[in-house]
Design a protein. Sequence first.
Length: 213
Amino acid sequence: MIILILGAAGQIAVKLTDLLLEETDINLVLYARHGEQRITRQDHRVNVISGDFLEKEKLILAMKDIDAVYLNDMGNTEAVKIIVEAMQEVGIKRFIGASILGIYDEVVGKFSEWNHAMIGTSPRMQAQKDSAKVVEESNLDYILLRLTWLYNQPKNEAYALSLKGTPFKGAQVTREAVARLIADLLTGKISYDKESLGVYEPGTELFPKPTFY
């Protein structure tokens, strides 16, 4: 299997790369702006490509022989459109994209009030909503990950999931847990198709805000 990681210099993408190299025999194509300077991981199973998400022809070349694509950030809707178009032209179906909570106004409780005050009316939120719509209206076999507020905690890989159409309650989750979730999806340990998953840390459902704020 060969996985293309778009935005491979991001924190979650780096943790995912480490997991896949250490625990599987999956080959990786790591695509990032100035990737050859920013990505330091060297391995015979890794191919690093420097490129922008708006460079469609370069994306198409990067997608040669790829089995699945992971996009580390869906904050640029035009880029998401180009990535989806490139995948459709190449014939790749499997897509996992990292989005954010709140794109369906699904966050509830005291945490909802805090979250809305922080990001509810930001341009970033609208871009994430638009990007999710692009993917959901495509013919891809997609999984969207609606990530709650992120922090780092080595060895804390606990995650819980909520489905689209159900309330989102969890206030935080580690980047380590998100990387583990993506690895579990890619390796088939858990399976979803054409689904938008809320991602949070078990036990944070009643938190009014993340503990690090």
